[in-house]
Design a protein around this ligand. Structure first.
Ligand code: ATP
Length: 374
């Protein structure tokens, strides 16, 4: 598949006003975005997502690195090339939507066709804006003031206006963050449907891991200006490469340990305070794992199975445990159990008869147990 956007070794430094200290907002960031894909920058507040997006848009100039779009260089620190935002094949929807309150819905949407690089005749504007408002469900609102729209409608209007620019790349900065939870989940489905319908390469910024998992073809997890992991939603969730990713995306039990001497054979055996843990998943280690090397074992609660006793069945990663608390959720129970002095979150069958203080067993499914090197 062709790449629409390539970022290579991008770095952006800011100087803090109060202390004059230089701070790397993005540090040696490189990634490629396939054409027509939904690509998400995910990470906590301050990790550099918006700065990366602003560099792509041309609103911020990086201190080093390169950016190309559809095979053409739009930024090169070495060559001192920095194509202006209006000459890049992009449209950006900022967090606040950037809708003009003194204009009607139609005029807001028509703006790029009146003043932008896609200028067109009045008749053409009427036709295209009308068709686009129809597509985003705002045809009946064309003559209303944009201030009369709900949050969700404003978001759709901002999207309509961006798509009317016919961008090669659509940049979306936390577009759902101003909406309530119900609307957010409804619009998240719509966003993905629009992206597929228009086939536009989309780069999306969010700190919400649920949104990232639901919407994306590819996710980049960022932390303190650096990339921690790039992968599909299931790669990120099922095979995190660091404690940071395991903990930030979804919920994770993390148990410290060391590589056991018997490690090998397509799995890593970790000595932990629970006992020996077999990990059939692990990222390519920086160097071949050696006995005694420190690691963390990650296991998601849904892969910790609570059984009536550790002696029930056989196989690795099976331990006696004590129930600390239970929470009935209808389709399942969420339990907190202790194995020795290690506390684990687990999912159990809704009808499992387990109460705080009960002695039970747990199985940490080795196929989903991940060894993390950092
Ligand atoms: P959020 O989710 O809160 O928007 P973010 O991941 O998008 O966060 P950025 O806005 O990219 O993070 O900021 C990255 C870092 O760079 C932060 O530490 C921020 O304080 C700093 N930063 C961003 N813009 C500037 C600026 N204009 N001047 C100084 N520091 C800045």
């Amino acid at each position: 598949m062709q790449n629409s956007v390539e970022i290579s070794r991008l770095e952006k430094r800011f100087t803090r006003r109060d202390s004059n200290e230089v701070h790397r907002a993005i540090d040696n960031v490189s990634f490629s975005v396939s054409s027509n894909s939904f690509f998400t920058l995910l990470g906590p507040s301050g990790c550099g997502k918006t700065t990366t997006l602003r560099c792509l848009a041309g609103l911020e100039s990086a201190d080093s690195g390169e950016i190309s779009m559809n095979g053409k260089s739009v930024f090169s620190a070495d060559a001192r090339r920095d194509i202006s935002p209006e000459d890049r094949p992009i449209a950006m929807v900022p967090q606040s939507y950037g809708i003009w309150p003194h204009m009607k819905v139609f005029d807001n949407a028509a703006f790029p066709l009146r003043y932008g690089r896609k200028r067109s005749s009045r008749a053409e504007q009427k036709k295209r804006v009308g068709a686009m408002l129809e597509q985003v469900g705002l045809a009946d609102y064309a003559d209303r003031w944009s201030t009369q729209l709900s949050g969700g409608q404003q978001q759709r209007l901002a999207l309509a206006r961006a798509l009317l620019c016919e961008p090669e790349v659509l940049l979306l900065d936390e577009p759902l963050s101003n909406l309530d939870a119900k609307l957010r989940s409804q619009l998240r489905g719509e966003l993905r449907a629009f992206q597929q319908k228009f086939g536009v390469t989309t780069i999306y910024v969010t700190h919400d891991q649920g949104e990232a998992l639901a919407l994306s073809d590819t996710i980049v997890v960022m932390n303190r200006g650096r990339i921690e992991q790039i992968g599909s939603p299931s790669e990120i969730y099922d095979s995190p490469v660091s404690r940071f990713v395991a903990d930030f995306v979804g919920s994770a039990n993390l148990v410290p340990g060391v590589v056991d001497e018997r490690a090998g054979g397509g799995a890593v055996d970790a000595k932990t305070s629970i006992g020996l843990l077999r990990c059939e998943r692990y990222a390519t280690p920086p160097a071949p794992p050696s006995a005694g090397q420190e690691l963390h074992v990650c296991i998601r609660p849904e892969h910790v199975r609570v059984i009536s006793s550790a002696s029930e069945g056989e196989g690795p990663n099976r331990f006696p445990a004590k129930v600390k608390s239970t929470e009935y959720l209808g389709d399942r129970q969420e339990l907190v159990v202790t194995v020795g002095d290690v506390v684990l979150r687990a999912h159990g069958d809704a009808h499992l008869d387990a109460r705080p203080g009960d002695d039970v067993g747990v199985v940490l499914d080795p196929a989903w147990t991940v060894a993390l090197w950092s």
